[in-house]
Structure formats: C-alpha cells, structure tokens
Write a protein of this length. Structure first.
Length: 627
C-alpha cells in the first residue's frame, strides 16, 4: 500500500503543470499538439494510401480481367466462325456423307480428302491444334498438326462412356459446345493440354444429322492471354507477383500456369458439390502450390465469360504489392523521430523569440481592428507564427480585393440599369416599325391585285405572313403544323429568288403535327442549305426535310441537301467552334440553332452534322417534347 501511495504522490508532483518553466510548457505543448498528431497523421496517411493503392490495384486487376475476357471472347468467336464454316462447307459435307454412307473404297478415299480440307482450315490460325469429325457410327477422321499417325490421340483419349456422353451433348445442342481441357501424355515428352469446341454437323439440304465436329486448341493460348510476361530485363525489379486461372461453371480448371492442376476442381468457385471428386482443391491450396505465393497475403478478383461458361480468377500478391509502401512507412517514422529531436532543440534555443513574434502579431491585429486593412506584419522567422502572419497579411489583401470588387459591382449594376432602360426604348421602336411594314406590304399587295399581277400578289402575301411570323417573340413555342406552314412559304420565296433551281421534298408525320417546338428553329438550317449548299447550281438540287416521331415523346428532324457539302477539315473546325462558343459569320445559322436548342432543351436534345464534300450535308435534331 505504501508503494502505491508513493507512486500516487509522485504522479501528482510531476503532473503539476504550474511548477514547470515556460520552455518546458512550450515543449510539452508542442509534443501534444504537433508530434503526437504528426505520428497519427502518418499512420492515417499510410492506411489511406494503402487503401487507395488497393483500390487502384483492384481497378487495374479488373481492367486486366476485362482485357483477358475480351481477348478470350474474340478468339473464341473467331474459332466458332471457323467451326461453323467447316460444318457448312459443301465439299466437306459431301466427303463426310461419303465417309458415313459410302462403301469401303469410298470411305477410305474420303479420309485423305477430309484430312486435306481439315488441314487447310487448321493452318488458318496457329492456335488450332486438331480438327476431328465423328460420324454416325462412331468412326472418326481427324487432322492433327503434331500427330499424323493412324491413332487419333485427341478423340481416343476419352473412354467409350465419355465419347457417348460428349457425342450426345453436342448432337443435342443447337450451338457450339465448349469441352473441358484435356491432357495428352506421350512417352518421353511433356503432357500437352488442349481445350475443345464441338458442333453438330447437319446436311443443309436434307437436314439429316451426320455427326459432330470437334476443333481442338492448345491450352497455351489461354495461358498466354491470362499471364502476359513483362520484359524481364526492364521490369524485373518492378514486376507484380500475380497470376490468373480459368475455371468453368463447375469449378473445373481450364487453364493455369501450374499444368498439373488442369482438369481438377476448385471448391471455392464451384456451383455444385464436388466433394465426391477426390482431386478437388481449395483456391488457397491451388495458389499456394506456386512457390512465389507461399505464405503470402493474396487478393482475388473474378470476371465471368458467359459466352463460353468460364470464369477468370486473378490473384495478386499483396505483400509484394505493398513492399515499397511498408518500406516508406518505416523510413518515414525513422525520419520523424530524428525531426522530433531536432525540433525540440530548436524550440529550446529560439523560445525567447516567441514573445516578440506574438507582440508584433497582436499589434497588427489591433490596427486592422481600427479599419486599417493596409497593415502588414513582418517577422524575421519562418516558424508557425510566421505562417500565421503571412496568412493574416493574405487575409487583409483578400479583404481589400473584395472591397474593390463590391465597388466595381455597384458601378456595373448602375450601368446595367441604364442599358436596360435603353433596351426598353428600342423595343418600343421595334414594335412601331412592323406595323408600318405590314401596312406598306398590304398596299403593294392591293396594287398588284388591281393590276391583275397575282403572282406578285402571292409573293408579297407570303412575304408578309413570313414577316409577321418572324417578328413575333422568337422564344415562343408553336406547333409543328404552324412551323411547317411557315416553312413552305419561306421556301417558296427562296425558290422564286433562285429561279426554281431547287425543289422541296417535305415529309412530315401527321402524328407529330400537334407537338410544340420553339419557332424559327429550322430557318437558319434551311437558309444555310439554300445559300451555301446550292451555291453555283442552276437546277437539279433537292432540299429534304423529314419530321417524324422518334421513340415516345421525341421527334427527329432531318434537313438534307445534295449540294456542295463541307470538307472534313472545315466540318471539324465548324463543330469545334460551335461547341467552344466562337462566332463565325459563315456558320452563324448553325451556331444559332445549336445555342437555342441547348438553352431550350438542355440534355433533352441532340444535334448532329454530317457532310461529304461534293455530295451534300445532313443535319439531324432529336428533341424531347410534350404534346
């Protein structure tokens, strides 16, 4: 009890904050508020960097898996196409019929010809190892790049029961069947691993089932796709310890760098029980069989290949991955310990300057409080107090800038008000002018009628209606029916202007006539086609305008001409300038439409331009509308 009592008294003595000098207090405060947070910050940053690095690796692994999946699917589709071509080859079908139903002489003659045909197909891709045809009676004919003997080692490695099961499975399937990887063992040679693709053969004319076709491939094709080796000379130090394994839906291994496990089962990724199979392994047992993964922390990712019923499992060595991170962490803490010692010495030496720095800062703050924002605090140190003074100076500079900005904004608001009043006056004037124009055109129209010049009367009448329609509120929504009627009158005037050098082909679906769009949306596009597209032509030009319903509440508007077109470089320049908001006189109509649809419809509208120089230009609008 006396020991605990003395310990308690000693602790009270050392924890009495008042008895320590200011230097000890500063040093203690520094340790509490700087060193300890610094340590925890380093730990946090280490964990955070580790976390993000893991996410990056997972992302890279997923990309690698996607790359593997894409390559395998591409190869398998290519092999499938070859297999379909063989089964549909008329010459091969004739030979296979002879092999099935001919006499002994015909059967013997057909074997060599079938082998020749299979050989030509197998050499279309180096990965194709062998092609086998199994007839209705179970007899087979084959071509094997590495085995030209009488015995078919690809087909005969299966037992009779397995042959019957495979034959029945392929014959009852309407598409290709992927068979598991198998191993061929030869005396004095390493085993060879192959996977197979089967398809039934049917006479195209009689629809009679003639047998099955099996195409065999070297397993190394899959292994090379899954485990791409980097240049050892350049990447030996940075190489990531990783590997991939391909399994089918039953957990059977199709491809793996340790070949002895091909054909065995992985419990962890099996869709059904495999406990009755004596060679079933867990994924960890499989991976740890590789020396470079023994007693390592691993990360596992998977991706399915549904088209062939496979799954790719990627394994990454996390210990190898985070080796540099762990080394950096240890070095960081070592440097941190050195820095703490040095900083403590520096604080002890320069603690007497602390009071002077504080006094200068307080003085500057008092002057700023009085309204003097031009005050500057200058310290001859580079410690935390110097940082505070710099931040204080920057804050005052920011306040000065904000004050100037407020003054500038006040002047801008006054100027904006003046411009608004000026715009209102101009708007009143603009309302007067149209009435004058309408009355004048009406007088001219009656003069034309009086002189029985009805063509001029029609032209003036159409022009007056176009003018009345155009001068109104441009942001107003109108029905497609009104827009089309205006468009007919506008094109009529342009045809007169250009001596009927072009015709209008207008196709409008009646179901969209009730839809509403912003008026004059198409006029700049029509004008561009007439002015620029038909420039230099006297006749034979066609302006097509199609307006149809697209999906649910969408319409699709297509403006097409068979005029001059736009060269590719100029078209790219036009599109880029429009998107960047650059105004160009020659393209102002297109930009006008593009800007308006973005303002009116935002992401609910799409705008597309296609053009071929010398053939014409097509502009398509897809707009989401409400009836």
């Amino acid at each position: 009890m006396k020991f605990f009592s003395n310990l308690k008294n000693n602790m009270k003595h050392y924890l009495n904050w008042k008895r320590y000098s200011i230097k000890v207090k500063l040093l203690s405060i520094f340790i509490i508020i700087s060193i300890i947070p610094m340590v925890f910050t380093q730990l946090f940053l280490y964990k955070l960097s580790q976390h993000y690095l893991e996410k990056k690796i997972i992302s890279l692994t997923d990309r690698n898996l996607f790359y593997i999946k894409t390559n395998i699917e591409t190869d398998m589709n290519y092999y499938k196409d070859i297999l379909y071509r063989i089964t549909a080859d008329n010459d091969c079908l004739g030979l296979e019929n002879m092999f099935n139903d001919g006499d002994e002489f015909e059967k013997a003659a057909s074997i060599n010809k079938i082998r020749e045909a299979f050989g030509s197909y197998s050499y279309s891709r180096s990965q194709i190892r062998a092609i086998t045809f199994v007839g209705k009676d179970g007899r087979n004919v084959y071509y094997d790049k590495r085995n030209q003997g009488i015995n078919n080692r690809v087909w005969n490695m299966y037992s009779d029961s397995d042959k019957a099961e495979i034959y029945s499975e392929i014959l009852n399937s309407n598409t290709q069947v992927i068979l598991p990887t198998t191993s061929n063992s030869y005396i004095g040679r390493k085993p060879e691993y192959m996977f197979h693709m089967g398809l039934k053969v049917r006479d195209i004319r009689t629809k009679e089932e003639m047998g099955i076709m099996i195409m065999s491939f070297d397993e190394q094709v899959l292994s090379d796709v899954c485990n791409v080796e980097m240049d050892k000379e350049n990447f030996a130090e940075d190489k990531i310890n990783m590997c991939s394994v391909i399994v089918d839906n039953n957990g059977r291994i199709i491809s793996f760098q340790d070949k002895k496990y091909i054909g065995t089962y992985i419990k962890d990724y099996s869709n059904k029980e495999v406990n009755d199979k004596g060679n079933a392994e867990t994924l960890n047992q499989l991976i740890y069989s590789i020396p470079s993964f023994t007693n390592r922390d691993i990360s596992v990712s998977t991706i399915p290949i549904d088209s062939v019923g496979w799954k790719v499992i990627s394994v990454v060595d996390k210990d190898n991955l985070f080796y540099e991170v762990n080394l950096l962490r240890n070095l960081t803490f070592a440097f941190l310990a050195v820095i703490v010692i040095i900083v403590m010495i520096v604080i002890i030496i320069f603690s007497n300057k602390f009071y002077e720095s504080v006094r200068i800062i307080v003085k500057g703050m008092k002057e700023a409080k009085k309204g003097d924002f031009n005050v500057k605090i200058k310290l001859n140190t580079e410690d935390e107090l110097s940082f505070i003074s710099d931040e204080f100076n920057e804050m005052l500079s920011t306040i000065n800038i904000l004050v100037e900005d407020i003054k500038s904004q006040s002047n801008y608001i006054v100027e904006l008000s003046n411009k608004r009043r000026e715009a209102e006056i101009k708007a009143i004037v603009a309302q007067i002018n149209p009435h004058f124009l309408y009355n004048t055109l009406d007088c001219i129209n009656w003069m034309a009628i009086k002189n029985e010049n009805y063509e001029v009367s029609d032209t003036i009448g159409n022009f007056a209606q176009i003018l009345r329609y155009s001068i109104g509120d441009i942001n107003k929504e109108v029905t497609i029916y009104d827009e089309v009627e205006w468009l007919k009158k506008y094109v009529y005037l342009q045809q007169i202007r250009f001596n009927n050098s072009f015709t209008l082909d207008l196709d409008v679906n009646e179901t969209v006539l009730g839809y509403r769009i912003h008026k004059l949306l198409l006029q700049p596009l029509i004008e561009n086609s007439i002015i620029h597209g038909f420039k230099g032509y006297d006749s034979g030009r066609i302006l097509k305008v199609d307006i149809n319903k697209f999906e649910d509440n969408h319409i699709k508007i297509i403006v097409n001409d068979n005029g001059n077109g736009i060269e590719n470089r100029k078209l790219e320049e036009i599109i880029n300038n429009i998107k960047l908001g650059k105004d160009e006189d020659k393209n102002i109509g297109i930009k006008n439409v593009y800007d308006r649809i973005k303002i009116y419809y935002g992401d609910n509208a799409k705008f597309d331009i296609e053009s071929i120089q010398g053939e014409g230009t097509t502009i398509a609008l897809v707009i989401s509308l409400i009836v």
